[in-house]
Write a protein of this length. Structure first.
Length: 227
């Protein structure tokens, strides 16, 4: 299954002729902890291995989390991860920029789970990049401004994982970030679970549904990361 997904991603890479696009964006969506970022990073790595370094780039939607200061100002920190706790307009603008700006490097943000904050310029999309793999919870969301994302994507894949597996991952993620076991469980129930139920209802907005396991987990200092 994983090899076929890599082949399908490679098939999206533009030929670079004047008759077609110079760069396209492949989207991965799914409920929290479905394995989107792991699969996205692997696809970038595998496409680069087969089509040449720099062919693929990475854009994580999580880099557009609002800062904790902004969430406190809005009174939304207890629902961090909900659709309105992201800079959706900023993410949409970045996708458009990546499609339009191919002459210069474009630096994109990511989310630091140790700091619990978005960090600027964590990854770079090079001018030679022809396929950008972007991933996030709300790429299939049909309310504005998120609804503008789908039309910019060549394809949108829904990454599906059993709820029990996801919630174990979410619990471990919270504990790794410094939460107690009880606080981690409370966060999963209050925030991650309702967000996941929302995303699960968007499956029909996607090109296809994929289920994969055993995807190699790549480190944070891969070729596409800004040094």
């Amino acid at each position: 299954m994983l090899e076929s997904l890599v082949a399908d991603a490679l098939a999206l890479v533009p030929e670079g002729t004047s008759a077609g696009p110079v760069r396209v964006v492949l989207g991965l969506t799914g409920a929290p902890a479905a394995g989107k970022s792991t699969l996205a990073r692997y696809l970038v790595h595998a496409v680069d291995e087969q089509a040449g370094p720099g062919t693929a780039g990475y854009l994580p939607m999580d880099g557009f989390h609002l800062s904790n200061a902004q969430l406190d100002r809005l009174g939304r920190r207890d629902r961090k991860g909900a659709p309105d706790t992201f800079d959706a307009h900023g993410y949409l603008a970045m996708v458009r920029r990546l499609l339009a700006e191919t002459a210069n490097p474009v630096y994109v943000p990511d989310y630091d789970r140790r700091l619990h904050e978005p960090i600027a310029a964590q990854h770079v999309v090079e001018p030679r990049t022809r396929l950008v793999v972007t991933e996030g919870n709300y790429l299939a969301f049909d309310e504005e401004p998120w609804a503008g994302v789908r039309g910019l994507l060549a394809e949108l894949w829904y990454v599906e994982t059993d709820d029990q597996v996801r919630e174990r991952r979410l619990h471990r993620r919270q504990v790794a970030g410094g939460a107690s076991a009880n606080a981690a469980q409370e966060w999963v129930e209050r925030s991650d679970r309702p967000n996941g139920e929302l995303v699960k209802g968007l499956r029909d907005n996607c090109t296809r549904i994929v289920r994969v396991s055993g995807v190699p987990r790549l480190g944070s200092k891969d070729r596409y990361s800004a040094r």
